[in-house]
Design a protein around this ligand. Structure first.
Ligand SMILES: Nc1ncnc2c1ncn2[C@@H]1O[C@H](COP(=O)(O)OP(=O)(O)OP(=O)(O)O)[C@@H](O)[C@H]1O
Ligand SMILES: [Mg+2]
Length: 239
């Protein structure tokens, strides 16, 4: 069953057609990859799903409801959380407080008054427990991405949108990160929709890959189907 479905989604920014009639589905309990060259419209698609922008045309269905045009807080209430390609922590707050803000403000929060131990639980989950009292501005890029994931998880989502979380990692760290993202699905029962430029990782982790090119849906298929498709090769390498 599809947890998330986009039907004919289009989005323009002035003269730029960021997305044109894109339809896709993300099955409940799956890891779905979203790939495509720079500027293909991947982040724009996330921005529509997460309620940052409204589509010009098309519909978004999530968990049995039509959520087209829902704003970010409504999407969060429904159970959609996302990380940002360019991380956005509160720089002068500690890691613990950054996750605390997500817990206290989440419409899905169970326990706002006891947020501290909960926040620490999420920091431990992403491997940032030792940095709990460190201000976010002191984190390196990799740690900031982990903090983003902790903040997203703290809203208790059903669907996690990951926007390029592997940047800056070496191959050993990438393997660890892939195992971690798999564990989110397997142990925390999340559905994961994941934009990534690190092909090996997304091909290993995802059951299905959706490929965008120049704002359009190029193809979708299993990782094996996608890597051997001449259209995909052409989109990345040119003619
Ligand atoms: N807020 C915006 N205002 C104007 N143009 C935008 C905006 N957001 C995206 N665009 C444009 O829409 C197109 C798709 O951008 P998008 O960020 O979705 O691509 P992407 O696939 O995420 O690329 P990348 O891999 O570089 O992150 C680009 O031409 C981009 O410049
Ligand atoms: Mg992007």
């Amino acid at each position: 069953m599809a947890l998330l479905e986009g039907r004919g989604l289009s989005k323009r920014f002035g003269g730029v057609r960021a997305l044109t009639e894109v339809s896709f589905s993300v099955e409940a309990g799956s890891i779905v990859g979203l790939i495509g060259p720079n500027g293909a419209g991947k982040t724009t698609l996330f921005n529509l799903v997460a309620g940052t922008y409204k589509p010009d045309a098309g519909e978004i269905h999530f968990d049995g409801s039509n959520i087209t045009g829902a704003v970010a807080n409504e999407a969060c209430r429904g159970g959609i959380a996302r990380t940002f390609q360019v991380t956005r922590p509160f720089p002068a707050m500690t890691c613990l407080e950054n996750v605390g803000v997500a817990i206290v403000n989440s419409p899905r929060s169970e326990n706002r008054t006891g947020w501290e131990p909960l926040a620490l639980k999420y920091l431990n989950l992403v491997g940032l427990g030792d940095q709990a009292r460190v201000e976010a501005r002191h984190l390196n890029v990799v740690q900031k991405k982990r903090l983003e994931i902790a903040r997203a998880l703290a809203t208790r989502p059903k669907l996690l949108l990951l926007d390029e979380v592997l940047g800056g990692l070496n191959s050993h760290e990438i393997r660890q990160a892939v195992a971690f993202i798999r564990s989110l699905r397997d142990e925390h029962r999340l559905t994961v929709f994941w934009i990534e430029h690190v092909m090996g990782a997304i091909m290993e982790a995802a059951e299905k890959i959706i490929v965008l090119d120049q704002g359009g849906l190029l193809m979708e298929g299993t990782p094996t189907e996608v890597v051997s498709d001449s259209r995909v090769v052409r989109a990345y390498l040119g003619d």
